[in-house]
Design a protein around this ligand. Sequence first.
Ligand code: NAP
Length: 480
Amino acid sequence: MQSKSRKITVIPGDGIGPEVIAAALKVVEATGVKVVADVQQAGAEVFRKGVASGVPPETIASIEETKVVLKGPLETPIGHGNKSANVTLRTLFETYGNLRPVRELPGVTTPFTGRKLDIVIVRENVEDLYTGIEYMQTPGVAQALKIITRLGCEKIVELAFEFAMAAGRERVHCATKANIMKLTEGMMQHTFEEIAPRYPQIEAKHILIDNCAHQLAMRPEQFDVIVTTNMNGDILSDLTSGLTGGLGFAPSANIGSEVAIFEAVHGSAPDIAGRNIANPTAIILSAAMMLRHIGEGTAANDIEQAVLVTLESGTRSADMAGTAEPSSTTEFTDTIIANLGRESSTSAARDFHAVRIAPMREEVSVVTASTRRVTGVDVFIESDLQPAALGESLGELVAATTLTLQNIGNRGNIVFPVTEQTVSLVDQYRCRFLARNRHADISDPEILSLLTRVGNMHRWMHIEKLQQFDGEDAFSRSRK
Ligand code: NAP
């Protein structure tokens, strides 16, 4: 029985995008699934027409209606837009989970061939350093805010476990740098450890991100699903693509509560655009992920099996042909279509269930603390003074107040009270003030009065309250 037709938004994109998207749509059509493509624009040409985001309102309206996007790579031309169209799409529709599966493919020879790699990176896609909140604190000191939220951690960890359950996976690793960034990366680790017991069928392990990279190079076959924060995931997922044959074979899904965007990992490869030689495998496998997402699991399996059969038969696109005669993009695509219905001799089709995706929460997400205090304040000051001179000046400024100067840091190291340590100093100092009476809270008027005093003598550019939640310090300690 033919399924009901399903409308999707298709963005051909830039460079090789239109060629590989056409290939993917042809394969989808050949499966018999009735997909109606609402073709919309985004990327380089849209930027050039003056749309600052690279995504025009018609495209946004289409996505709001269809909720499912098959997308080619998008370029941000130099001098246009302060944010890429990809980031705009990801943030506009809060596609918080980036799923990047890789697996050993027949005939795609790598140093790991024979080790049956089959790894999925589940990358948090909207938080972390990628919120793009940056400041020049002095002309020579830049700062980026790494925003990690309990909500974001819960959503991505749940997605990783739900995906593992749906895909019959056995193990989820959570990769973080919680040993150094105890509050941000630590929040991901703690959330993972809290949520993991809800999925007793799945083995759950925390691993430090640097060790994870090392282990991926040494014994990648130990990994199944890896969940991680945005920047770690960005790097690890390119690494895992490399382990299994490179960009031409790496599909991805950007999953949100309401919208999902499916795309190849590769970019627009302008050097080979328009020559009918691009490898369409990555976007065809992305289209298979899309079909699974819209409930067409049989067609998804058919496509994945046909890709495997095509590679097993020795058909090669130009990027992997070596000395053999390469197939063009269209020939390669037609071979996949001809192989629909055949079963791979190397890998059986997977038994997948629908992934349960958390609904969008309308309310503001709040984590409450039963007790909270403000015990001090860090004031960031731009100064070319030596630490001893700055410390003396600040000490005098607060001598007759309810606050004391506890210490001064420079590039994360305590430099006042003066230590034996030799560090290269810059003109940005973090100056930590605490309540003289350690049991008292600091009020806003005390902080404002402090800033007025400091501002009369020095240039301050930023402050941060030192808080305690439930009796625990909610800030990092400085390095001695
Ligand atoms: P890229 O487009 O992925 O291309 C890098 C190289 O990889 C190409 O020159 C080509 O190598 C090879 N390649 C990539 N995809 C291939 C395919 N399907 N078939 C065969 N070979 C393929 O990376 P880039 O050059 O860094 O980026 C180009 C543009 O794409 C930039 O504007 C970037 O911002 C954008 N981009 C967009 C996305 C996205 O929309 N999600 C992602 C990444 C980059 P050979 O030289 O060997 O032919």
